[in-house]
Design a protein around this ligand. Structure first.
Ligand code: GLA
Length: 402
């Protein structure tokens, strides 16, 4: 099959879509015996700073990865939803879109099914769809493979049915799918990153107002590298720790008589919290919100190198106050610092996944070697180093432009 013009690679766009789009029609035909109507890709994300701040109505600063999830889709004459994955066995049996309800689909297929359900719940007439999913976002690595899947499906459904749903609404639909259909009480960061980021920029998002701004983020131009290090440790978000931290934050806000921890303007106010655990959790959220604003200001001023210390301060706060770091992350952060990094921190929900390290480009190989050596010393499987080019948000890669 010849490669469609729309699928030619472009700088800063998710690789999965472009590398795979040429094959997508073939996969779809193999699975469903017909040509697809199109293919859509949505990226995973790296969060530069602002962790566990989104559901506290605070600030975050993610950027889109060059890795993404591809949804190859075709409309059906009936109202059935049928989804297959190229990575994972199982999927939906053909199930009526109108019969979807939380709990009716389990496993990875709950994510795409949840998006169909959430679109319909929002009043959009989504009918039968066949889909093949392909992804190069590692699962459980703190890089938002779930949101990439939700957002690829959400954009595919919107385009396939000619609905022209605004992206800001697709963000909420994808989040609702995860909250209410899959049952993970995530915030709004990951879906926003996947649907709203721009190449060469991070996204400064106010999670209270949903106002966002693209902030230039170009480590290479500053003579720096942002390493993304998948530590290999895994913990799924659905297992209760995430919800537990969220509950503690909401408890702290209630104790303070506030709508959310966003409303704490001075960390000294937290002395009013009698419970030392709640005080520590809230201290992390309040200080990380401040760090997001400071890092965004440094990026805008072209002083990225000075953000390193703030990244490390965020890690210390996540490790000691929020208590969601894990041994491989702490070792990676320490080894990066020892090897000459300007700063490093764990990213994502915690308890497993990835670390980022900001390093002078000339010292990048040395920092990698220092991290590998520390893993080797402990007989841990070697970490994986991933590209971190700030990339495009979700878009169509096959078929007429969306
Ligand atoms: C996960 C959630 C996000 C956010 C981060 C922590 O990625 O999906 O909403 O809360 O954890 O910052």
């Amino acid at each position: 099959m010849s490669q469609p013009a729309a699928s030619r690679p472009a700088a800063g766009q998710p690789a999965a879509g472009h590398a795979a789009a040429g094959h997508a029609a073939g996969w779809f035909r193999g699975a469903f015996g017909a040509a697809p109507d199109g293919a859509w890709v949505a990226p995973g994300r790296v969060n530069l700073i602002g962790e566990h701040t989104d559901y506290n109505e605070g600030f975050v600063l993610p950027f889109a990865l060059s890795r993404g999830t591809l949804a190859v889709a075709g409309r059906r004459a009936d109202d059935l939803l049928e989804v297959r994955s190229r990575q994972v066995s199982g999927g939906t049996a053909a199930i009526g879109a109108g019969a979807l309800a939380p709990g009716s689909v389990t496993g990875w297929a709950a994510y795409p099914a949840g998006v169909v359900w959430a679109m319909r719940a929002a009043g959009y007439p989504v009918g039968g769809v066949s889909m093949v999913i392909d992804s190069d976002v590692p699962r459980g690595a703190g890089l938002s493979s779930s949101a990439a899947l939700e957002c690829a499906v959400a954009l595919a459904l919107s385009d396939l049915h000619g609905l022209e749903v605004p992206r800001s609404e697709l963000v909420l639909i994808a989040q609702r799918a995860e909250n209410d259909f899959v049952g993970v009480p995530c915030g709004i960061m990951d879906q926003s990153a996947s649907l709203l980021c721009q190449p060469g920029h991070a996204l400064l998002l106010d999670c209270r107002t949903s106002e966002s701004a693209a902030v230039p983020f170009d480590p290479a131009a500053a003579g720096l590298d942002l390493l993304v290090i998948d530590t290999g440790a895994r913990r799924e978000l659905a297992d209760g720790d995430y919800a537990g931290r969220r509950g503690e934050c909401e408890h702290a806000a209630r104790e303070l008589g506030l709508r959310s921890l966003r409303d704490v303007t001075d960390v000294a106010e937290l002395a009013r919290l009698a419970d030392p655990v709640l005080r520590r959790r809230a201290t992390h959220v309040v200080t990380d919100n401040q760090r997001v604003i400071e890092v965004a200001a440094l990026l805008r001023a072209g002083r990225l190198g000075e953000a390193g210390a703030l990244l490390t301060a965020s890690h210390t706060s996540l490790r000691d106050d929020f208590e969601i770091s894990w041994p491989e992350a702490d070792v990676t952060v320490a080894a990066a610092a020892g090897g000459g990094a300007l700063g490093a921190r764990m990213i994502g929900g915690g308890f497993g996944g990835s670390v980022i390290a900001l390093v002078p480009a000339a010292g990048s190989a040395g920092v990698r070697a220092a991290i590998r050596a520390e893993f080797g010393r402990r007989d841990w499987p070697p970490p994986r180093f991933l590209d971190a080019m700030p990339s495009a948000s979700a878009h169509r890669v096959l078929g007429p432009p969306g």
